[in-house]
Design a protein around this ligand. Structure first.
Ligand SMILES: [Mn+2]
Length: 332
């Protein structure tokens, strides 16, 4: 259980805040940052959002005031020592801050983490973590609901809805509970339009992204008695399509849409290394698979980044490593 009254106390007793989130931010990352920022602003606080990554274009509608900044060491390093509180949202390992990591970790200021991933690393003073929560956005909602620190309005409900909708896979993943639908009902009551949010996030693709998706689907291979499906995206395919790196988020889910497949993987070639996303059905713990290679995540969604690694050297190895999890039932 998160001690929301303590979180409210940290907010009330401090004046300036710096918020950051993980590399390649999704709608939960951006939505919870924007909602948290707006809570702080309503309380008269000064706040900044500074991320490693640029704001993805399909999430720009969540940042109508253009408050999100991309980290620039020269411009921002001093801020990490001048604000009162640093807040890491939707991540539990400082490595996920990438270029922001050093400034964040080395700051002498109070640090907090608001998140819903399992097994947080030790890197902040106060944790507000609920691994049972559907999303960080839900935790931000709970903060408002439990403490009444501010009144829920459309400006807060919109980013919170975007966060919950995307992290629940549009209300179908495991943590899509009655409580979530209750929360969503409140968000709709203050004006959120589900059709608008879905359209902004999922139906504004660049043509290049769809072309790359086509190529990625053609690359799918099956393994382990057709229970594992994996796709491979090379630098060359990315370049040819004109798509951006962040646009491949979500492609991996198509692997799981094949009948009989229980683990889906996306191998993505980086400028220097590879990134692999894992998805699974049921109780297959792909977070443990990711941990084998220094990554992390949730039981059904996780990932790794391997600097300097090549597709040639790692695809077969990682597919093979995944096979044993087909038999693992994680007891919880
Ligand atoms: Mn999340």
């Amino acid at each position: 259980m998160i001690d929301f009254s303590y979180l409210a106390k940290v907010i009330r007793e401090n004046r300036t805040f710096l918020i950051s989130t993980h590399v390649n931010p999704d709608a939960d990352a951006i939505g919870s940052e924007v909602a948290f920022y707006r809570i702080l602003r309503k309380l008269g606080k000064t706040a900044y959002i500074i991320n490693h990554s640029a704001l993805p274009y399909n999430l720009a509608f969540l940042d109508s005031e253009n408050i999100i900044q991309k980290y620039d060491a020269e411009k921002h390093a001093a801020l990490f020592e001048s604000v009162d509180v640093l807040a890491a949202l939707d991540l539990n390992n400082p490595k996920r801050l990438v270029r922001v990591e050093d400034a964040f970790v080395n700051s002498s200021k109070v640090k907090i983490c608001i998140d819903h991933h399992q097994n947080p690393a030790s890197f902040v003073n106060h944790y507000f973590v609920d691994a049972e929560s559907s999303s960080t956005g839900q935790i931000i909602y709970d903060l408002i609901n439990e403490t009444g620190i501010v009144q829920l309005d459309y400006e807060l409900a919109l980013p919170i809805y975007a966060a919950i909708m995307t992290d629940t896979g549009s209300f179908r993943f495991d943590r899509t509970t009655p409580a979530i639908h209750m929360i969503v009902a409140r968000l709709l009551e203050v004006g959120v339009d589900p059709n608008y949010v879905y359209d902004q996030i999922y139906d504004q693709s660049h043509f290049g992204k769809i072309k790359l998706l086509g190529e990625s689907l053609s690359s799918i291979r099956l393994a382990a008695d057709n229970q594992i499906a994996y796709m491979v995206i090379t630098r060359e395919a990315l370049k040819r399509s004109g798509a951006q790196e962040a646009e491949v988020d979500g492609f991996v889910n198509y692997c799981l849409s094949i009948r009989g497949v229980k683990i889906g993987m996306l191998f993505f070639e980086l400028k220097d290394g590879i990134k692999v996303s894992f998805r699974s059905k049921g109780k297959i713990p792909v977070n443990l698979l990711a941990e084998e290679f220094g990554g992390g995540g949730h039981i059904n969604a996780s990932g790794i980044r391997l600097a300097g690694a090549t597709l040639n050297d790692h695809v077969a190895q990682i597919v093979e490593a995944a096979e044993k999890y087909l038999a693992v039932e994680q007891k919880q």
